[in-house]
Design a protein around this ligand. Structure first.
Ligand SMILES: Nc1nc2c(c(=O)[nH]1)N[C@H]1C(S)=C(S)[C@@H](COP(=O)(O)OP(=O)(O)OC[C@H]3O[C@@H](n4cnc5c(=O)[nH]c(N)nc54)[C@H](O)[C@@H]3O)O[C@H]1N2
Ligand SMILES: Nc1nc2c(c(=O)[nH]1)N[C@H]1C(S)=C(S)[C@@H](COP(=O)(O)OP(=O)(O)OC[C@H]3O[C@@H](n4cnc5c(=O)[nH]c(N)nc54)[C@H](O)[C@@H]3O)O[C@H]1N2
Ligand SMILES: [Mo]
Length: 772
């Protein structure tokens, strides 16, 4: 069996301690300074950190959590500091590096090692049959792409992937280029991330984005945080939750794991947080089973309906329901149709929660006028994710908790500009309105046929239908499901191209030919066209603002993403293409003028982008309780009971992030809050399940996933850690466990890989041989 090296059992030797019960505080500050010092050198590091998320600085390349108005001198977090340090590092990957290391050698290294080598500084080319990448000029690189694109039978033989760090300006040009070339094959990381949220919210509320601003969190009476680990993935959210609590909010956490950050938060920006005991954030912790959230929200919704039936007006906002919603009757009828015993048996089986806890939460819900529900990957990466999120909308609609201060939906986005990239048209199924506007602005007929999302792109590559795979950032082979299948798909392309900042596995598992094009990142000063340029990004709450890098790029061969797309577009589309690509490269304001004319909400873009703090994009449900749905109202939906089926002797595995990684970029081998150090090949299992399955704490096991296609998917040599996760559930880190996620196991409607519900069995450790 071929094995990806980041899966190599010899790579790590984890040591296990007690999990933490609080997040941040002094260890976070110390840890971030250590990482910054190691990577960037302290002076360069502090220079960059000073500028993170400041009104005149750059947007943190970490997560998409908004900045807010009252910025601390140090508005960054430990993990933001790591993201900055990784990017602003002095370490450089040079042509000499590639001369020293063959591709075969690099393909044998872990993803962690590859990332640690530093920034990419020079365009590099791997020819068919060659053993090493060699330096190429930008002109030659563009010629090579043009040659392979020109050789395709149809424009749909090309796939243009995007990861969520790309700026609005670059994203807008990139989708324009793809569509002028003739395809809507624009998959992006959203397909694996919040796609389920987008589908559910568009159908029910008419806008596929969150409906709250930071101020709403501060005004909420109750915040439900479901399927999210902000202590690690959105640390600045903890500051917002702390402030919400000071304003009187209560917090209910729904998670199979007792995540440290949500229990206790020691704010590193305050003396109390550094020295004292911190703030207890969670008032009620519901330790739910993986995939049990639909059942939980159905239970609350049914109880609200019953309470209101007993005492009309006591539990529902009947005026809101009557005036602003559609479909209430069907929804209520289905939810109340099952008899009590059957309904509650389903709820108990799916959630694993005692009835008293569900009742206790209901009392808090009934006592709260303003409710916000926040969620992330714990809700979006299941087979029934779209119905689950639709049911959350039902829950909020029942009490009028949409389009009112202090209330609403809050899907917390991942990558720092993943939301903006979508707003700019990076999507494989664009709306007709968008294509009309784009076509009118640039005088062409954009392709109308929908393109491939991530999973469909992999299938098309596997089936030999894709000649050119082009990635604007990201790490496609490691981030995608079914690693071995995806790697195989990648190898079947004629040319794979990566516009990247750091070396990763997608550069070494390639098509017949491959290119690496080194891009400036968020922290780098951008003097494209001889003047200092800035870009814009959109955060998770629809705030758009400017971002200006301040660090001198490591090499004059690195180009901005804007310059790369524009240069390539000119070469591929030819001298006569009427789009003024060169002008866009000279002056990003000219791109923003075009965005303003194509994308709604960007009026007066250039002026407002220069405003400190930026501006909020319009959001009809939030702003005016207007719902641009098919019915013109907010839609209640019917979401019948369903939950993952786990056969006897199996567990449901979720694949998640450790504290020391940003997606496929591994910063280090510790997961401090969960007590794991020095390694990543661990599987967290509930002690009762472990006893039943004969998995001793500290022993090693293979994890084998089960899927209807009968293909064996195995992750070898995992250390068993007895851990307080919900019964029937297990957890292990992504991306190492992506080998276990079947390509065809995806969410209904959104087609997102089911990375949080993989049925697994355990087999005797086969990695011991490899270790010997
Ligand atoms: N430092 C850092 N920051 C990041 C990232 C990173 O890798 N590192 N990644 C960025 C990206 S792209 C994203 S999308 C976000 C991801 O942010 P998160 O969604 O917080 O990331 P995960 O580590 O996948 O954590 C999933 C959480 O949901 C819980 N969970 C899993 N399944 C279920 C379920 O069925 N029900 C419930 N109620 N809970 C469940 C898990 O126990 C875990 O706490 O973070 C972004 N920010
Ligand atoms: N099993 C499992 N799989 C998952 C998930 C999971 O929870 N479990 N989560 C999914 C989610 S939520 C996401 S978002 C995807 C992430 O998928 P991706 O976005 O494809 O992966 P990343 O690891 O974020 O990409 C990192 C690479 O991006 C490049 N990069 C960084 N910054 C820049 C920049 O500014 N410009 C350019 N051009 N390149 C840059 C660097 O070369 C770096 O190596 O993974 C998904 N896969
Ligand atoms: Mo994500």
């Amino acid at each position: 069996m071929s094995r990806a090296p980041h899966e190599d059992p010899r790579q790590d030797a984890p040591r296990i301690g007690a999990p933490g019960d609080s997040a941040a505080g002094v260890p976070a500050v110390v840890n971030s300074l250590r990482v910054v010092g190691r990577q960037a050198g302290v002076a360069r590091g502090l220079l960059t950190l000073r500028d993170v998320n400041q009104k005149k600085g750059f947007d943190c390349p970490g997560c998409a959590w908004p900045e807010g108005d009252h910025r601390h001198a140090a508005e960054f977090c430990e993990n933001g500091a790591k993201a900055v340090a990784e990017e602003a590092t002095r370490r450089a990957v040079t042509p000499e590096f590639f001369a020293r290391h063959s591709v075969a050698d690099l393909a044998d290294r872990s993803g962690y090692w590859l990332g640690q080598q530093g920034r990419l500084t020079q365009p590099m080319f791997l020819d068919a049959g060659a053993s090493h990448y060699v330096p190429v000029s930008w002109e030659r690189a563009f010629d090579l792409v043009a040659e392979e694109l020109g050789a395709l039978d149809s424009p749909d033989g090309a796939v243009f992937y995007t990861s969520g760090r790309t700026s609005n300006e670059a994203a807008f040009l990139y989708q324009l280029f793809a569509r002028r070339f003739g395809t809507n094959n624009l998959p992006d990381c959203s397909n694996m991330c919040h796609e389920s949220s987008g589908f559910a919210l568009t159908e029910t509320l008419g806008v596929g984005k969150g409906s709250v601003l930071l101020e709403d969190l501060y005004r909420a009476d109750l915040i439900i945080v479901a399927g999210q680990n902000p202590g690690t993935n959105h640390p600045r959210m903890l500051t917002a939750l702390e402030r919400a609590k000071r304003g009187g909010a209560r917090i209910v956490t729904v998670n199979p794991l007792p995540e440290a950050g949500l229990q206790q938060f020691k704010n590193p920006q305050t003396a109390r947080g550094l020295a004292g005991g911190g703030t207890r954030l969670t008032d009620l912790f519901l330790q739910i089973r993986l995939g049990g959230d639909l059942a939980l929200f159905r239970a609350w919704n049914r109880m609200l309906l019953e309470a209101d039936r007993a005492r009309p007006g006591s539990a529902l906002d009947r005026d809101f329901v009557a005036e602003h919603t559609h479909g209430f009757e069907e929804f209520a009828e289905e939810l109340c149709s099952a008899d009590d015993a059957a309904f509650w048996a389903d709820v108990e089986r799916a959630t694993g929660l005692p009835r008293e806890q569900i009742d206790e939460a209901l009392a808090m819900i009934l006592a709260s006028r303003r409710i916000v529900v926040c969620w992330a990957m714990g809700l979006t990466q299941h087979r029934h994710s779209v119905p689950t999120i639709r049911e959350i909308v039902n829950f909020l609609l029942l009490r009028g908790n949409v389009g009112r201060p202090g209330a609403g939906v809050c899907p917390v986005r991942g990558h720092s500009n993943v939301q903006g990239d979508r707003t700019m048209g990076i999507v494989e199924r664009p709306t007709e309105e968008f294509l009309d506007a784009l076509g009118a602005e640039f005088g062409f007929a954009p392709p109308r046929e929908h393109g491939h999302d991530t999973v469909r792109a992999i299938r098309a590559m596997r089936d030999g239908k894709v000649g050119v795979f082009f990635a604007m950032g990201g790490n496609f082979v490691s981030a995608s499901p079914d690693t071995l299948a995806t790697e195989d798909a990648m190898r079947r392309c004629r040319l794979t191209v990566h516009v990247s900042t750091k070396l990763n596995r997608s550069h070494v598992v390639t098509g017949a030919r491959a290119l690496i094009l080194p891009a400036l990142g968020r922290t780098d000063r951008d003097r494209t066209g001889g003047v200092e340029q800035f870009v814009t990004v959109e955060d998770s709450m629809g705030m758009v603002h400017a971002s200006r890098g301040s660090v001198r790029p490591l090499s004059d061969q690195m180009r901005s993403e804007v310059a790369i797309v524009a240069g390539l577009a000119r070469r591929v589309l030819g001298a006569h293409d009427p789009v003024p690509w060169e002008d866009f490269t000279r002056d990003y304001d000219l791109i923003r003028d075009r965005i303003e004319r194509v994308v709604p909400g960007f009026d007066d873009f250039n002026a407002r982008a220069r405003r400190p703090g930026g501006f909020a994009l319009p959001h009809a449900p939030r702003d005016d309780r207007r719902f641009p749905t098919a019915t013109g109202k907010a839609n209640f939906t019917v979401n019948p009971m369903t939950a993952p089926e786990v056969p006897q002797g199996r567990l449901l595995l979720q694949t998640l992030r450790s504290h020391d990684q940003f997606n496929t970029t591994v910063y280090g081998l510790d997961d401090r809050y969960r007590g794991v150090r020095g390694g990543r090949r661990v599987v967290l299992v509930n002690p009762d399940d472990a006893a039943r399955l004969g998995l001793a704490d500290g022993s090693y096991t293979d994890i084998v996933s089960e899927w209807s296609d009968g293909v064996e998917r195995r992750a070898a040599h995992y250390l068993v850690v007895h851990y307080p996760t919900a019964r029937g559930c297990a957890a292990a880190y992504y991306p190492e466990t992506n080998v276990l996620v079947p390509l065809d196991s995806t969410a209904e409607v959104s087609n997102t890989p089911t990375s949080k519900s993989v049925v697994v069995r355990f087999e005797p450790d086969s990695g011991a041989a490899a270790t010997a």
